[in-house]
Ligand binder design. Structure first.
Ligand code: NAI
Ligand code: MG
Length: 501
């Protein structure tokens, strides 16, 4: 089946059992203080999967109190880093042992392909935990050689209580891109998962308890952004917020930090990333990369390469093959192993993506394939490609976060660089060429946190990523991410014969 209609691809896979639906505070699953719940929705059908505790300010207060206590008095920040590392390794092993269940929860909650959850997302989570577990006993300061008979050294100390506000597109992977370095650093955390996808975060909390991570170190408050999320961001006893999500909410987080206790903030806010294909590229490789860059995870990817910049000479052949590849996508139930694209996460995103497609048509871009919803149940959208997209069109400027590709033509390297940088964002970029000089020139000139040359979405726990410009600041993953959760203390003392003595 192509991307038209999905009915016969809905085998109605058995829903995974939903075991955890309550807030996780101080090592226990508890109801919200208000007793309220909200439905988490299956994007295949739009129907409720389970009722989840709806945390609000009072619950955030309780969770922060538990995290504060665990930080100020508990063993976690005080134990040797090697011991934290061992517990994190145990946590990682438990995650691997439960990969089937975690993968299924992610599929039903977020509409993500089951088989990829099991071989990409969940293994990346356990891999990140092990990566930072190995770093937990290697957090060093510096020795300082000072003037006036003084010597000094620095300590890198955990920042304290960290609030992690996480989006729904990679609910597990993005959670651990913040949680794993926070744990290694010795912080305690309050996690606010996205309201669309609360299920895996609660399951991870259960596994953390089985791994003997002390109570209060990881707390999870499910609920909505403007209530639970905002209460966390403005809390006077939270020392750090690590946020991944929209630029709009990123601004609110910074404002909340500014108006409360000036807590440290790290923001990862998505983008409008270019993939630049030069004439000398192997066209099949270039098409594969562009397809993956734009359509992976139904386009719900912060680093998605959505502006495909094509040099004139390769344009026609590329377009023909790229359209054929998009038409071969099998849209349908993410539990079905023959399906290659699941539903958008919820109705709001589904409507938003369709409205961008309408903008594209209205503004005069040429629709080459796709352009509408598939089927009439659930939130499925056809992989969509527009050609003749101009830099100032809405679809070239705004983050669509769906399976919508924009094709643009260029002549020279300078023009490619200019177009690539013509965006308020700067998260990622891709270059496809066999010419090392062209690749290096563009890599140097592009203003984005990641540059992938002849690859795309090439993530690794050791490779930092994050934004230039309005894509945010700070880096997730890599050893840099430890710095998000550490602060530097300098300790100075006079030595023998110092004028200070
Ligand atoms: P969002 O930014 O509202 O949601 C992300 C997280 O922030 C969720 O946990 C949400 O509950 C929380 N949040 C929302 N309002 C908050 C507030 N006032 N204070 C504290 N926390 C708050 O993103 P949304 O509405 O789900 O998606 C909108 C657009 O954002 C998408 O279409 C996409 O363009 C972009 N986005 C980017 C992501 C990325 O990976 N950089 C991830 C998700 C969305
Ligand atoms: Mg859901």
């Amino acid at each position: 089946m192509g991307s038209e209609g999905k009915g016969e691809r809905l085998p109605q896979a058995k829903l995974p059992e939903i075991k955890f639906t309550k807030l996780f505070i101080n090592g226990h699953f508890v109801d919200a203080v208000s007793g309220k719940t909200f439905d988490t929705i299956d994007p295949r059908t739009g129907e409720a999967i389970a009722k989840i505790a709806e945390g609000d300010k009072e619950d955030i207060d309780l969770a922060v109190k538990a995290a504060r206590e665990a930080f100020d008095k508990g063993p976690w920040p005080r134990m040797p880093g090697s011991q934290r590392g061992r517990l994190m390794m145990k946590f990682a092993d438990l995650i691997d042992q439960n990969v089937d269940e975690l993968g299924a929860l992610e599929a039903v909650d977020a509409g993500k392909l089951l088989f990829l959850n099991k071989i990409v997302d969940i293994p990346f989570v356990s891999g990140s935990l092990r990566y930072y577990a190995g770093a937990a006993d290697k957090i060093h300061g510096e020795t300082l050689k000072l003037n006036n008979g003084l010597i000094g050294h620095t300590w890198r100390e955990p920042m304290g209580v960290a609030g992690l506000i996480i989006p729904w597109n990679f609910p597990s992977l993005l959670l651990f891109s913040c949680l794993a370095p926070a744990l290694a650093a010795g912080c305690t955390v309050v996690v606010k998962p996205a309201e669309q996808t609360p299920l895996t975060a609660l399951y991870f909390a259960h596994l953390a308890k089985l791994a003997d991570i002390p109570d209060g170190v990881i707390n999870v408050v499910t609920g909505f952004g403007p209530t639970a999320g905002a209460a966390l961001a403005s809390h006077m006893d939270v020392d750090k917020i690590s946020f991944i999500g929209s630029t709009e909410v990123g601004r609110l987080i910074m404002a909340a930090a500014g108006q409360s206790n000036l807590k440290s903030v790290t923001l990862e806010l998505g983008g409008k990333s270019p993939l630049i294909v030069f004439d000398d590229a192997d066209v099949d490789i270039a098409v594969d990369l562009a397809h993956k860059a734009c359509f992976f995870n139904k386009g719900e990817v912060c680093v998605a390469g959505t502006r495909i910049l094509l040099q004139e000479g390769i344009y026609d052949e590329f377009v023909k093959k790229c359209v054929a590849k998009a038409r071969a996508v099998v849209v349908g139930d993410p539990f079905d192993p023959t399906v290659t694209q699941g539903p958008q996460v919820d109705e709001k995103q589904f409507e938003k993506v369709l409205s961008y497609i309408e903008h594209g048509k209205r503004e005069g871009a040429t629709l080459l394939t796709g352009g509408k919803a598939c089927g009439d149940v659930g939130y499925y959208i056809e992989p969509t490609i527009f050609a003749d997209v101009k830099d100032d069109m809405i679809i070239a400027k705004e983050e669509i976060f769906g399976p919508v590709m924009s094709l643009m033509k260029f002549k020279t390297i300078d023009e490619a660089i200019e177009k690539a940088n013509k965006t308020q964002y700067g998260l990622a970029s891709g270059i496809v060429t066999k010419d090392i000089n062209v690749a290096n020139t563009v890599a140097r000139s592009v203003r984005a946190g990641s540059v992938w040359i002849n690859c795309y979405l090439a993530f690794d726990p050791d490779c930092p990523y994050g934004g230039y410009k309005m894509s945010g600041f700070g880096r997730n993953l890599g050893l840099h991410a430890l710095d998000n959760f550490l602060q530097v203390k300098s300790v100075v003392t006079p030595v023998h014969n110092s004028p200070w003595l």
